[in-house]
Design a protein around this ligand. Structure first.
Ligand SMILES: Cc1ncc(COP(=O)(O)O)c(C=O)c1O
Length: 404
């Protein structure tokens, strides 16, 4: 039509379209293509900067493009990039020693894999192998991953629909309710698996009393306690691991996300009640590769030298207060621990997430009405203040009827 100008798609849109052409569409892609990061900031393909309160779903705890991670990875890539589990390796040996020192005392044997869901799979197999029992008890609202074993422990029906039947003998007990837990453990399952703070499920924390009681019940019924700290581990909640806030040590702990500074890695660590499995009963081609282990070692150095756990606790306390000071009829609750903070709304958060992005802030949801902030633990207070102001501006736009 005469006079109509057709706008060329932006760099963001072009990259989205190119990826969508060759994807299954499992993830609904946003029109923000990330091409660069530095600390707690990322830049899109059109050159716009954002405070990144997603951190790649909690992965980038040490921030983006940390020079120590980059140097460790580059050096290891030029030294030895792969080494199968059957061959010992210097970097892997050092990493598992350092990891065991960082973990709650008593968790001394480690299996390295490549993702959180693989860590959960390994924990389920170890629990069955160790106890000779088969049942697994999980909580309503839980998210433990998407491979078939981990998915069997995951709660939300939309993740499970269409791929059932899942692994038999998994059951879910109501989150945080002791009486049904006691009954379920009395049936003699192999394991109880819990998140100390449910992440994808909406940032809901189990109480210390519940966790202590769950530990006692597991002891009484000889059930292995598996804590999935894939999201809560590595300082996210202001403790090295969320279970340490309550003095509860699991028999198996599942790790992932932040463990290797952004490289894919998962791990499960076990205490003395877990019987050694028979050789060959589990394994992974890429698990424990020296590249990820070098990144993991550098990550632990950064945690120590930059006091990231303490930082998450201090900054997180301030951040929670800052968000709680925002009063608005649409806000139902602000909750969380450390730098794992959620704002529950009385409305769907999808338009709020888009409006925050328009104001230079990337945030996540945790269910339809929960806005979740998982910034890198290196985030500056000034950057979090910017996020709070962006949220205030979004709420003002909501009041003015201006949200898309
Ligand atoms: C608590 C928990 N467990 C397991 C997983 C699965 O981890 P991955 O996506 O690395 O397989 C996640 C991912 O969000 C998680 O939050």
């Amino acid at each position: 039509m005469a006079g109509t100008t057709i706008e060329a798609p932006s760099g963001n849109t072009r990259l989205r379209e190119r990826e969508e052409r060759h994807s299954f569409g499992f993830a609904k892609k946003r029109d923000i293509a990330l091409v660069r990061g530095q600390g707690a900031r990322v830049w899109d393909a059109d050159g716009r900067a954002y405070v990144d309160c997603t951190a790649g779903h909690g992965v980038a705890a040490v921030g983006h493009a940390h020079p120590r991670i980059a140097a460790a990875v580059a050096q290891q890539a030029a030294t030895l990039i792969t080494c199968q589990d059957a061959m010992p390796n210097d970097v892997r040996a050092r990493f598992v020693e350092r990891l065991v020192e960082f973990l709650p005392p008593g968790l001394e044997r480690v299996f390295l894999c490549n993702s959180g869901t693989e860590a959960v799979e390994a924990a389920i197999k170890l629990a069955r192998l160790s106890t000779g029992r088969t049942g697994v008890v999980a909580a309503t609202g839980a998210f433990h991953g998407r491979t078939l074993g981990a998915l069997s422990a995951t709660w939300r029906p939309e993740f499970r629909a269409g791929v059932e039947p899942l692994v038999p003998e998994f059951r879910h007990v109501p989150f945080g309710d002791l009486a049904p837990l006691e009954e379920a453990l009395g049936d003699g399952p192999a394991a109880l698996i819990l998140e100390v703070v449910q992440g994808e499920g909406g940032v809901h924390a189990l109480s210390g009393d519940y966790l202590v009681a769950a530990r006692e019940l597991c002891d009484r019924h000889e059930v292995l306690l598996v804590l999935d700290e894939v999201q809560t581990g590595f300082g996210r909640t202001g403790h090295r691991f969320a279970c340490e806030a309550h003095g509860v040590t699991p028999d198996l702990i599942c790790l992932g996300k932040a463990i290797a500074g952004g490289l894919p890695m998962g791990a499960v660590a076990a205490g003395s009640r877990v019987a050694p499995p028979r050789a060959g009963s589990h394994g992974s081609t890429f698990g424990g590769n020296p590249l990820a282990c070098a990144a993991g070692l550098a990550t632990l150095d950064v945690f120590e030298d930059e006091r990231l756990v303490e930082r998450a606790a201090e900054l997180g306390a301030w951040w929670m207060q800052r968000l709680r000071a925002i009063e608005h009829r649409a806000i139902a609750e602000v909750r969380g621990a450390g730098l794992m903070v959620a704002v529950e709304f009385r409305m769907r958060v999808a338009p709020l997430i888009d409006a925050l992005a328009d104001r230079g802030v990337l945030a996540l949801s945790a269910g339809p009405r929960v806005l979740r902030f998982l910034p890198p633990l290196v985030v500056e207070r000034g950057e979090l203040e910017q996020v709070a102001q962006a949220l205030e501006s979004v709420l003002a736009a909501l009041d003015a009827g201006e949200l898309r």
